[in-house]
Write a protein that binds this ligand. Structure first.
Ligand code: AMP
Length: 449
């Protein structure tokens, strides 16, 4: 194995058909995970790879699988099985296989929940080479006898940490125990915690460990800011932000399905009233059927949507490289969800920007996020601009009445100044914790969870 990293796909030992498919897609340079995984995977090694989504990890296993498929073996016994945590990801991985298989007819079947069972049964019976699926539906097919694993020579566990989070461990183990022992196993995960290492110890054979994690969990090209805003004025501030940014393509994350649907309706009404430009708004949340969700994903990918209002559940599966803006209209409770949301932009090294709405009592959540990503979020000037507007309104009114927040934006200048002069001005109550972060950061001693 050479130690230098290939700069171009042409430096990898790939077939002319694959080189042509890559050229047709328009990829010339392998991403770091591809440059490192593909050569080992082609040699048949088991791999334990650490990489986030958006790094090109799908092709890092799809290319070597397609390169090694027996083209003449098309029967109901698949040669490769890819397990993924969500239906959306199954659909994306399936799509990537199909794109990369251009020029060489390949039978790839997607078996995930929420899709027509009969269609999957027919496709599997007709003859299949690669199966991409979620663990629940794969088990379902195994039990029906429609999916048999004896012919597998490669199994991929994609986003393994996420599959364990969802509770798929028993299903994954059931599936792996039924696979041939002399198979190749590729395990990819954003984190290599104890659970993942334990899984790898049991089911991988002397794996090559490849660490393509960013040292900084939040991608460097993503600018991340917060906007302090009171809950009752979020919508107003959102509209100001959208007007200022005019994002080419944005995802707005909400916490609940009801909140998501409501904000979607409000934005639709708002943009319907604007005649000088067309802004197309869509939504995706857990109450929608799978075909409805698929349609929205397709529209987003084909650039037929400018703004998507979404919940976390579906947000994780979104892989659209053109997304420029992420807006956390509601902050997630879980820092990992923040990382996942923000990771929807800045795909494959493109730049992106993320804004998080934070209310006064959510300072602790912001601190948690900052500790998780090992970086301080910048305060967006929108807070100050609107804050200043309020000041000028107040001075215009010259009113003696108690101050009323007419903007919804929490103005940091109104915080009681408990810190000595010259201390970091902070709109939330947890400034000491944030400064601790800053110090720890400079010593490089933050421990990630
Ligand atoms: P993934 O991490 O597999 O979800 O990939 C993220 C995005 O990058 C997808 O839209 C891929 O199609 C795209 N992609 C993967 N590999 C490359 C590459 N070598 N050059 C350009 N784009 C790529």
């Amino acid at each position: 194995m050479t130690s230098t990293m290939p700069e171009h796909f042409s430096e990898l030992p790939l077939s002319p058909i694959m080189q042509r498919a890559l050229a047709q897609i328009g990829w010339s340079k392998p991403s770091p995970i591809q440059a490192r995984v593909i050569p080992y995977a082609l040699e048949g090694y088991d791999i334990l790879g650490q990489a986030r989504t958006g790094t090109g990890k799908t092709a890092s296993f799809a290319i070597p699988i397609l390169e090694q498929l027996d083209p003449l073996r098309v029967n109901p016994l698949p040669q490769a099985l890819v397990l993924v945590p969500t239906r959306e990801l199954a659909n994306q991985v399936y799509g990537e296989f199909v794109r990369l298989a251009e020029g060489c007819p390949t039978q790839v079947v997607e078996v995930s929940g929420g899709k027509h069972m009969q269609k999957q049964l027919n496709a599997l019976a007709k003859g299949v080479q690669v199966v991409v699926g979620t663990p629940g539906r794969v088990i379902d097919h195994i039990q029906r006898g429609s999916l048999r694993l004896q012919g597998l020579w490669c199994v991929v566990l994609d986003e393994a940490d996420r599959m364990l989070d969802i509770g798929f461990r028993p299903s994954i183990e059931r599936i792996l125990r039924r696979c041939p022992e002399n198979r190749q196993t590729l395990l990819l995960s954003a984190t290599l915690d104890e659970r993942i290492r334990d899984l790898a110890n049991r089911y991988l054979f002397e794996p090559v460990v490849i660490d393509c994690s960013d040292k900084d969990v939040s991608v460097e090209t993503i600018e991340q800011r917060f906007i302090s805003v009171s809950p009752d004025r979020k919508q107003e501030v959102l509209l100001q932000l959208l007007e200022r940014e005019q994002p080419p393509q944005a995802i707005i994350f909400c916490r609940t399905k009801i909140g998501t649907a409501k904000l979607h309706r409000q934005l639709e009404r708002y943009y319907a009233a604007i005649t000088d430009r067309k802004v197309r708004v869509g939504t995706i949340h857990g109450d929608m059927s799978q075909p409805q969700r698929d349609e929205v994903f397709k529209a987003l990918r084909e650039n037929k949507l400018d703004i998507l209002v979404a919940t976390d559940v579906v947000g994780r599966g979104i892989d659209v490289s053109s997304i420029s803006h992420i807006i956390n209209y509601d902050l997630p409770d879980d820092c990992d969800d923040y990382v996942h949301r923000v990771g929807r932009t800045g795909r494959m090294g493109r730049s992106g920007i993320a804004f998080s709405f934070v209310s006064k009592d959510q300072g602790y959540l912001l601190t948690d996020i900052e500790q998780r990503i090992n970086r301080m979020l910048e305060k967006d000037p929108l807070s100050e601009v609107v804050g200043k507007r309020r000041e000028s309104l107040e001075s215009l009114n010259k009113s003696e009445a108690p101050k009323v927040d007419t903007t919804g934006v929490v103005d940091s200048t109104e915080e009681p100044k408990s810190e000595p002069a010259g201390a970091e001005e902070h709109p939330f109550g947890s400034a000491p914790a944030r400064r601790t972060l800053g110090r720890a950061k400079s010593r490089g001693s933050i421990r990630r969870r």
